[in-house]
Design a protein around this ligand. Structure first.
Ligand SMILES: Cc1cc2nc3c(=O)[nH]c(=O)nc-3n(C[C@H](O)[C@H](O)[C@H](O)COP(=O)(O)OP(=O)(O)OC[C@H]3O[C@@H](n4cnc5c(N)ncnc54)[C@H](O)[C@@H]3O)c2cc1C
Length: 441
């Protein structure tokens, strides 16, 4: 069956990753008509995010209280985030339980991104909306004196919308169209491939049994030292027969690398890294875990980037509005990108709602419509959140890439010292959770 797009809508969300889906759920909750499209043929299945924080769970819970509960039951509650050195000495253990007074999600949830997206799509479908797949936006123009955008798709279809949500990821076509700069927040240079990019591989593997006890199955562990970070994140397996997910030897591995890895690293490449600098590699107490099977693997390069504004207004009042990776990107440390994107999407739906209401009231009372500040406030708030998160992620990344000099070791030691103090541990857990970034109402 051909999936035809309508010729017009009020809001068109371009991109059905976590940010676009969150915006869609939040618009549906406010009964605002929208269309959501994606260039892919179906939802992606690649290994990316695995850490979900309390802020995103809380934000999704405001839309559908059952949704975070279902996500939690499909994942592993990492109540601590542990960092060890090459000799497997504990450097620090961040206790996410310190935020229990503020949230029932006092942990980092280990769940693969594609499962989060899958659940969000299910909820969207429950509300009668679904993603239009295989719809790549290839051109945009202002029409009706700038009060609408006309989107042209690869399929030849055309759709007009007053609000276009740019949820189209870090290489955003819409951001480029809007002329919004995406710059490294430290060098202020345009983001693009460079020498200082962080290079890492991500792989979903099954470890052979028995799993050595120095690879925890109930939480994330990060091992740092010269050569780069080795992260082991346990996941629950999916059971095709529909039985509850099982906690087995399924792990997502993140390795920092200094060479150029193959596009899909194989078991031999991954095992060589584990043998050289993974758990057990420098300890006589435990063997190195053995990879029995690689389910998926990829390589990534990234560097931080942030837009100068999240909002582009056409002269007639049509908007291009950025959410998620189209507005910010950074390394995977601390598991923040998907979380921030989900919160962006939900906050944007609220801004669109307020803006529409204000326009409606102005029309009814015959007064001029002047609600530009609603969208500007969205832009200012979310940009400031992203700037803070990028700073935090960059400090964590410098700590993880402990190869260069003594600086990172001093930082880790300082962190170890302060993490002994419950208050400081609580502050760090609070920062990772993202709970402090919710919009003040
Ligand atoms: C290796 C790795 C590990 C990570 N780990 C974590 C983690 O643990 N926790 C965390 O919170 N974050 C993590 N992240 C970040 C997280 O994956 C991203 O922040 C998240 O995917 C961003 O979601 P998004 O919806 O903004 O963009 P995306 O997920 O990139 O989705 C964009 C969508 O737009 C579509 N699209 C693009 N162009 C067009 C077009 N022209 N027309 C139509 N559709 C288009 C694409 O097909 C895509 O589906 C990680 C990232 C990587 C790479």
């Amino acid at each position: 069956m051909t999936d035809l797009l309508p010729s017009s809508t009020e809001v068109c969300i371009v991109g059905a990753g976590p940010s676009g889906l969150a915006c869609a759920l939040a618009l549906a909750a406010r009964q605002i008509p929208f269309v959501i499209v994606d260039a892919l043929h179906a939802g992606h299945n690649s290994s990316r995010a695995v850490l979900m924080q309390a802020s995103a769970l809380e934000a999704l819970g405001t839309l559908h209280p059952q949704l975070p509960e279902e996500l939690v039951s499909g994942g592993i509650q990492s109540k601590t985030l542990t960092t060890i050195d090459r000799q497997e000495r504990l450097l620090f253990r961040l206790r996410m339980t310190e935020i229990a007074a503020y949230t029932k999600y006092a942990f980092s949830l280990l769940i693969p991104q594609h499962q989060v997206e899958h659940r969000m799509r299910e909820y969207m479908q429950g509300g009668g909306n679904s993603v239009h797949w295989n719809k790549r936006v290839i051109d945009v123009k202002e029409v009706v004196e700038g009060s609408q955008y006309e989107l042209r798709f690869e399929s030849g279809e055309i759709l007009t919308a007053r609000y276009v949500v740019a949820a189209d990821g870090s290489k955003s076509f819409l951001r480029s169209f809007a002329g919004i700069r995406f710059v490294d927040p430290y060098t202020k240079k345009d983001a693009g491939p460079g020498n200082n990019d962080l290079s890492f591989v991500v792989a979903d593997v099954l470890f052979a049994s028995p799993l050595p006890t120095n690879v925890p199955r109930d939480g994330l562990q990060m091992m740092i030292g010269p050569g780069g970070v080795v992260i082991t994140a346990p996941m629950l397996g999916e059971d095709s027969a529909g039985a509850p997910p099982q906690n087995n030897n399924l792990f997502r591995l993140y390795f920092g690398v200094s060479d150029t890895p193959p596009p899909s690293p194989d078991a031999a490449y991954l095992q060589a890294i584990l043998d050289a600098r993974g758990p057990g590699s420098h300890s006589k107490l435990h063997p190195v875990p053995q990879i029995a099977k690689v389910l998926d693997s990829s390589r990534y390069r990234t560097r931080p980037a942030l837009v100068d504004r999240y909002v582009h207004r056409a002269k007639g009042g049509a908007y291009i509005l950025l959410v998620g990776d189209s507005a910010h990107k950074h390394g995977p440390a601390g598991g923040q990108g998907m979380n921030m994107g989900i919160c962006d999407g939900i906050e944007l739906a609220q801004a669109i709602d307020e803006y529409r209401k204000s326009a409606f009231d102005a029309e009814k009372s015959g007064t001029p419509h002047d609600a530009v500040q609603i969208m500007d406030a969205y832009s200012t708030h979310r940009r400031s959140v992203a700037a803070q998160v990028i700073d935090m992620v960059e400090s964590m990344t410098q700590m993880e890439t402990g190869a260069q000099g003594w600086g990172p070791y001093f930082r880790v030691t300082a962190l170890w010292a302060v993490s002994k103090v419950p208050f400081v541990n609580g502050v760090l857990a609070w920062k990772i959770s993202g709970l402090g970034h919710a919009k003040k109402t």
